[in-house]
Design a protein around this ligand. Structure first.
Ligand SMILES: NC(=O)c1ccc[n+]([C@@H]2O[C@H](COP(=O)([O-])OP(=O)(O)OC[C@H]3O[C@@H](n4cnc5c(N)ncnc54)[C@H](OP(=O)(O)O)[C@@H]3O)[C@@H](O)[C@H]2O)c1
Length: 162
């Protein structure tokens, strides 16, 4: 299982249900990386999708304990159920938000992390992989600057995995 996330310098990822600063270079990388994949997403993050619609060109899996149905999404009521479903596809990616990342990090072995070098106020955080002895920075895929904000698109791997 893989995940993809954009983090600020304090590993903040969002505030008030949205990303306070989002770079188009990161959005593009997200689109390229998740295209054709199964994407696994928490119900609150869906509320921030354009029109609350599923992402086109992907199999959209929603995690919720409350909603019976979400149009365009396959509903799972636990991370374990999503993990089982992921076995039916070639590539599954966890795409947030905060609570889903935290619960599913243990079943992931690959993390695409865009480090957006600024620190807007956040109320939702991703675990700091630089301080996690189970993970290591494998590669910096791409670096750049947009609107005066530097970014690094990084690949982290779980130790003991190829
Ligand atoms: N920077 C990034 O890359 C990035 C990516 C994605 C999201 N975000 C940000 O993350 C924030 C949202 O994160 P969040 O933690 O508030 O919400 P979230 O993780 O997107 O969704 C939480 C919801 O998921 C469902 N859920 C959680 N655990 C579950 C479980 N064990 N079984 C079944 N369903 C479960 C529940 O839905 P019900 O309430 O329906 O039961 C819960 O309310 C936003 O600010 C968003 O912008 C950032």
């Amino acid at each position: 299982m893989e995940l993809i996330v954009a983090v600020y310098d304090d590993w903040g990822i969002g505030k008030d249900g949205t990303q306070p600063i989002a770079l188009s270079a990161d959005r593009k990388f997200f689109r390229e990386t998740t295209r054709g994949c199964m994407v696994i997403v928490g119900r609150r993050t869906i509320a921030d999708f354009p029109g609350q619609k599923p992402l086109p060109g992907r199999v959209n899996v929603a995690l919720t304990r409350t909603a019976q149905e979400i149009p365009g999404f396959t509903v799972c009521t636990s991370p374990a159920e999503a993990v089982e479903l992921a076995k039916t596809t070639d590539r599954a990616m966890v795409i947030g938000g905060g609570s889903i990342y935290k619960q599913m990090l243990p079943v992931c072995d690959t993390a695409y992390v865009t480090k957006v070098h600024c620190t807007p106020e956040s109320d939702t955080y991703f675990p700091n992989l630089d301080a996690d002895e189970n993970w290591y920075l494998s590669e910096t895929i791409r670096s750049g600057e947009e609107n005066g904000i530097r970014y690094d698109i990084c690949l982290y791997k779980k130790k003991g995995t190829a």
